[in-house]
Design a protein around this ligand. Structure first.
Ligand SMILES: C[S@@+](CC[C@H](N)C(=O)[O-])C[C@H]1O[C@@H](n2cnc3c(N)ncnc32)[C@H](O)[C@@H]1O
Length: 239
């Protein structure tokens, strides 16, 4: 798991290859993330290729982006995760890129042009992964998938994490949205929608804190917070 490294988009003029497309502007931390992924992926495909079974190797990029970013430090275009995955040697056998944003999907389609192994999906990856893509990675059929989950914030549904774990054939790289959790839930007033997002992310109910091992919960209500924590600077309740 990695901390959340990619920030929402700022628009820039586009490269000739991706004319008319908006791309995210990314900080150096996102470039580090991309370098880590680029170093890891070929090791994954090399190891699978060495096995005696002929595994079919799938690359799944669930929050794919446009395929290209603008580096905030250098002011240059840099390849995003889907474009980098296409450069991996030995290659994956199948690629699945998913994004909710129509303009980004159009850009991904340009990247996929004339590459029959690349499939671009437009929509909510939480539904598309569970219903369409993960069923293509059946353990019994010698299919294995490397799945990148790189949301901006708490957009991931626990059902995806749970299904990936149950399938035994899927390795997940989750870019953990710690910044959003800290800033918008734990250190700030947790709005109802953020509580709902947290519940969806962790499969918790009504703000119950996950994996802390004690009876803690965060709350949207300052009164509730004060009465249960005795501290206005804490934004979760400790039992
Ligand atoms: C952090 S960026 C992805 C960056 C990309 N992985 C990279 O490193 O080049 C997150 C992307 O997720 C997309 N997104 C947000 N919610 C989504 C959802 N529910 N399903 C699919 N894509 C989503 C956004 O449009 C955005 O392009």
């Amino acid at each position: 798991m990695h901390t959340n490294l990619c920030m929402p988009s700022k628009k820039r003029s586009s490269s000739p290859q991706f004319a008319e497309t908006k791309h995210d502007e990314i900080g150096f931390w996102s470039e580090i993330k991309l370098d880590i992924l680029k170093a890891y992926w070929p090791e994954y495909t090399k190891i699978l290729k060495k096995q005696s079974w002929d595994f079919r190797k799938l690359y799944v990029d669930a929050f794919a982006g446009s395929g290209l970013h603008v580096s905030r430090t250098k002011g240059e275009f840099v390849k995003g995760s889907p474009a980098r995955a296409l450069d991996v040697m030995p290659p994956f056998d199948e690629y699945h890129f998913v994004d909710l944003d129509e303009a980004k999907v159009q850009s991904l389609e340009k990247l996929a042009a004339a590459k029959p192994s690349v499939h671009v999906h437009h929509g909510d990856c939480n539904e598309i992964l569970v219903n369409k893509i993960f069923p293509l990675a059946l353990y019994e059929e010698y299919r294995r998938a490397l799945c990148l989950l790189d949301p901006y914030s708490l957009q991931l549904d626990w059902k995806v994490t749970a299904q990936a774990g149950e399938m035994r054939s899927i390795e997940v790289f989750l870019n953990f949205p710690i910044m959003d959790i800290n800033r918008n839930v734990l250190r700030a007033e947790a709005t109802k929608s953020k509580i709902r997002d947290m519940d969806r992310f962790w499969a918790t109910k009504h703000g119950e804190m996950p994996h802390i091992g004690r009876n803690r919960s965060y709350s949207a209500s300052p009164n509730n917070r004060r009465s249960q924590t005795g501290s206005s600077s804490r934004h979760f309740n400790e039992g």
